[in-house]
Write a new protein. Structure first.
Length: 477
């Protein structure tokens, strides 16, 4: 047998393991299924019956003790195949299980060699792999490639990740006239007011949120889910990743979806993709936000303090629930994360006067007084046009910047004394934010200068900031 008969792969390490399995004469593999505790007993009895009839080769299932030790209430069903390179046989087994026992579709195939070596989702990067399984099979797709996704990706509307529906962290959202997505909780407030998605009082069960949505006469409402530090979910959000006319998804995002083997849906615009997984960002990771070298694609990753617009436009070829994809998450962190440095960075310049001293100055001939005042303007001092979409317990906020739009609705971060434009991780002061909102500058890496600077200063005053009026000393003589 030649390695040419194995499922195609672009990963050299996968090819090396295929060669190793062939050399050892051990091509065994398993199809993997996670079963809810309620369905496990009935499914297992059905599997045993199919094994007894000779329609399946062999199978085993994790015990309740193993589930508890693993910290997962689901049972892992492993259905054996004698040759994981035989895609047609893997497809036959999977289709039989979906038809006879209604197991979830798709399924992943893992070589026994991977199991013997201790290759798991949590350590795939250490082995030079992108996934802990070899390929994915789909019940309704012909078994001709072994690739994780079919060429054409269909959408199944109204399908939400089953495991996330068990969490009481749902609410509604509705767009503003300018397209910004704002959280709402009419089931709690009784009206259409803006709410904080981070406030547990505004979150409810999936069933109540869905009932509230379906009772709305306004079709602009949608469902949303709040990520918190206590749940295991992570959002990988891709902007400009899909052609809404053809349905084509960028190659890099397709690869990430294959690697994650987890629930994915299409954004409200039709141009974005949401990949929802289980995992956790490292404690020192401040953000995972980057422009990727694949057309105009951008990526943002969040594991807490964010509300996620849930369209339910499920990419049918992905599982109906989230799965552990820490390996993919670790890779994204290593490539794109902005990390918090242990040492606190000192500001490059220190104001010469305090906020209290500056608050008593109405006019000045010292330009440094103007600069010092601008440097010390805090978010609470001024009014912004950008809408707050998330508010955290520590006082920090996420805003949808008024000068641009994105699927995330949280591209502008607000801390105690500064703003962060997350696409590119630009730190902004009050003058820059106001100048961007006023259209005086167009990019977050710009700073007002010349005549634009003084127009921005005046706009900042109009927003509520106290800035001394500068009088040129030459003019005051």
């Amino acid at each position: 047998m030649s390695t040419d008969l194995f499922p195609p792969t672009t990963n050299d390490t996968q090819s090396d393991f295929d060669s190793q399995a062939l050399a050892q004469g051990d091509l065994r593999g398993e199809l993997m299924y996670f079963l809810d505790a309620k369905a496990a007993d009935e499914t297992w009895l059905g599997v045993q019956d199919l094994v007894a009839k000779g329609e399946l080769y062999d199978a085993h299932i994790s015990t309740a003790f193993t589930c508890t030790a693993r910290g997962d209430s689901r049972h892992l069903l492993m259905v054996a195949i004698p040759n994981y390179a035989d895609i047609e046989d893997a497809h036959r087994v999977h289709r039989l299980l979906t038809e006879e026992l209604s197991v979830d579709d798709p399924a992943v195939v893992k070589p026994t060699l991977y199991t013997n070596l201790g290759i798991y989702t949590s350590n795939v990067n250490d082995w030079g792999l992108t996934r802990s399984t070899r390929y994915t099979v789909h019940a309704d797709d012909p078994p001709n490639s072994g690739r994780g996704l079919p060429a054409e990706l269909s959408i199944n509307p109204g399908q939400y990740p089953g495991d996330m529906t068990r969490y009481d962290q749902w609410l509604l959202w509705k767009p503003e006239p300018d397209g910004r997505k704002v959280p709402r909780a009419p089931f709690e407030t009784g009206d259409d007011r803006f709410v904080s998605a981070m406030d547990p009082a505004n979150q409810t069960s999936f069933e109540i949120a869905l009932e509230s949505l379906e009772s709305r006469s306004d079709a602009n409402y949608g469902l949303a889910f709040t990520l918190t530090e206590t749940d295991p979910f992570v959002l990988i959000d891709y902007d400009d990743a899909r052609d809404p006319e053809t349905g084509e998804i960028s190659p890099m995002v397709r690869q990430h979806i294959e690697d994650a083997e987890s629930y994915a849906d299409i954004s409200t615009s039709g141009t974005g993709v949401h990949l929802l997984i289980k995992g956790e960002l490292a404690e020192d990771v401040q953000a995972v936000i980057a422009d990727l070298p694949d057309h105009n694609l951008s990526i943002e990753v969040y594991d807490q303090d964010r509300f996620v617009v849930m369209t339910g436009d499920h990419i049918t070829a992905t599982p109906p629930r989230t799965t552990d994809a820490q390996g993919l998450l670790d890779r994204l962190q290593s490539e794109h994360a902005t990390r918090i440095t242990p040492e606190k960075q000192e500001p490059s310049t220190r104001p010469e006067k305090s906020r209290t001293e500056l608050s008593t100055i109405e006019e000045t001939t010292d330009i440094e007084d103007v600069f010092d005042t601008i440097n010390q303007v805090q978010p609470s001092d001024i009014r912004l046009r950008s809408t707050v979409t998330n508010e955290r317990a520590d006082g920090s906020k996420s805003l949808d910047p008024s000068w641009t739009t994105s699927d995330t609705g949280t591209r502008l971060g607000q801390l105690d004394d500064i703003w962060i434009y997350r696409k590119g991780m630009y730190a902004l002061d009050a003058l820059q934010v106001v100048a961007l909102e006023e259209g005086l500058i167009s990019q977050p890496d710009e700073y007002p200068s010349g005549e634009i600077f003084w127009k921005a200063v005046e706009a900042l005053r109009d927003r509520g900031a106290h800035i001394p009026k500068y009088i040129d000393s030459k003019e005051s003589i």
